[in-house]
Design a protein around this ligand. Structure first.
Ligand code: NAD
Length: 420
């Protein structure tokens, strides 16, 4: 069957840390020195699933440095890896709407992957969907619940695949935990912690606290995992948020005054099968965690239900390295494995960061070949735009709760989720 499938043309929106590993201040010092999205798509082109690749940012003068970085760290490191791509805007041009010209050059059935600041996801995704282009948008899909509902409707109308890049759903531990949670009875309590070191406030200087917050940025991961575990079993009904402040807004970070350090959402859940079973969830995220803790992203959660509990610590997976200069560090090759294969090729095809992008490419190609319809992926439980509405509902309710200092209710009205 795969012989009927055509290669996919893909435009990458955003040229930052996640796409290329290149940030405004040089190569990223995080665990994503050569990025995730570009590398994965270059490898999928090598393996015959992808055809043309483009990249769009806002500032054309960054591309020479990005091309050099990709050539030195990918093309010259892995065998048979071609890192060329069409760039928009080309030359010393600054244009925040360059994505329009780039998308206008594409055809229906092509694909756009969006890894840009959170506040730009919605206009870019909508622009692409309305032109019949499949979309993979990073988390948080959008910041407003109404925008999420719009994208669900637009993707349906234009019959395109629209996935949210919730790669943690492809982490074997998280997906196994979800299957096991299904046999533990009614949900009772969930608590998640995710953090990154203060140095990220430098990397994300352009938008941190201004255009988005740490709850949208990091808690989106575990909120989505919890919503996925609860899918068709329970629904969130009320969100109350609280924030710690003072570190991001002080020396040396000096973020804008409204920047929070650590955000906690307290969420009430209602079982759909038993009116007396209610649960509580606490989702906390921070970008003022200590430096040199040995992990880039601390990430653990606890799930308790009627008949058992689950503990996951995905920052420490029984694999640590000590280096005389930098001390002890825990790496995560299960996400992105950068060490080459015995033949010198890229060898990270089983990492869940890679799998997440490959699943989207496979879905778009399968729809283009007429083998599946976009709606099929909703029933498969994949992170489609339709399957992730409640994740956005909780995040948006959390933002309103912080801004208006009140609890926010999540309700279903006329077949749509709304906030009150
Ligand atoms: N860095 C990570 O580890 C990571 C992991 C998962 C998801 N993400 C998500 O990816 C997105 C981007 O994150 P990042 O870490 O790469 O950020 P970044 O700040 O390093 O890069 C953002 C990029 O978007 C570009 N951009 C801004 N406005 C644009 C526009 N209008 N059109 C086209 N490009 C535009 C910028 O030029 C920059 O290249 C965020 O939504 C984030 O939540 C990041």
């Amino acid at each position: 069957m795969s012989s009927e499938m055509k290669k996919l043309n893909v435009l990458m929106c955003g040229t930052g840390e996640y796409t290329t590993g290149w940030t405004g201040s040089g190569a990223s010092k995080s665990d994503k020195k050569i990025g995730v999205v570009g590398l994965t798509l270059f490898d999928l082109r090598r393996l015959g699933k992808v055809e043309k690749l483009g990249m769009v940012g806002t500032n054309g003068s960054k591309f020479p440095a990005i091309r050099k970085h990709l050539d030195e760290n990918i093309a010259q490191v892995y065998t048979d890896m071609d890192t060329t791509f069409d760039a928009f805007p080309e030359g010393a041009v600054v244009d925040p709407e360059a994505y329009k010209a780039a998308i206008d050059k594409m055809s229906a059935g092509d694909a756009v992957v969006i890894f840009t600041p959170d506040s730009t996801h919605y206009p870019i995704a909508l622009y692409a969907i309305e032109r019949g282009i499949h979309v993979l948008v990073t988390k948080p899909a959008v910041q407003l619940l109404a925008h999420h509902n719009d994208l669900v409707a637009a993707a349906k109308k234009h019959n395109v695949v629209c996935f949210v890049e919730h790669h943690k759903r492809f982490d074997p531990v998280y997906s196994d935990a979800r299957a096991r949670a299904a046999s533990l009875g009614e949900f009772n309590f969930f608590s998640a912690w995710m953090s990154q070191p203060k140095s990220q406030l430098e990397t994300f200087r352009a938008w941190a606290g201004r255009d988005s917050d740490i709850s949208y940025y990091l808690s989106s991961h575990h909120i989505d995992i919890h919503c996925w575990i609860m899918q068709d079993k329970a629904i969130p009904t009320r969100v109350t948020a609280s924030a710690a402040t003072g570190i991001a807004t002080s020396e040396p970070y000096n973020c804008v005054p409204q920047t929070e350090d650590t955000i906690t959402l307290l969420v009430d859940w209602q079982s759909l099968s038993s009116s007396k079973h209610k649960g509580t969830a606490v989702y906390t995220a921070s970008w003022t965690a200590p430096m040199k803790s040995g992990v880039h992203s601390a990430q653990h959660w606890y799930y308790m239900a009627e008949k058992g509990e689950i503990n996951v610590d995905q920052a420490h997976r029984g694999y640590d390295i000590v280096n005389d200069e930098s001390g002890k560090a825990w790496y995560n090759p299960f996400y992105m494995k950068y060490s080459p294969s015995e033949s010198g090729h890229f060898d990270g095809q089983r990492g869940y960061g890679y799998v997440s992008i490959e699943k989207f490419v496979d879905a778009a190609r399968s729809v283009n070949a007429g083998l599946t319809t976009p709606a099929d992926f909703d029933s498969h439980g994949l992170p489609t735009i339709a399957n992730t509405v409640l994740t956005t509902a909780i995040l948006h309710a959390g933002r309103i709760s912080l801004d208006e200092k009140r609890p926010v209710n999540i309700k279903r009205s006329n077949d749509e989720w709304i906030l009150e």
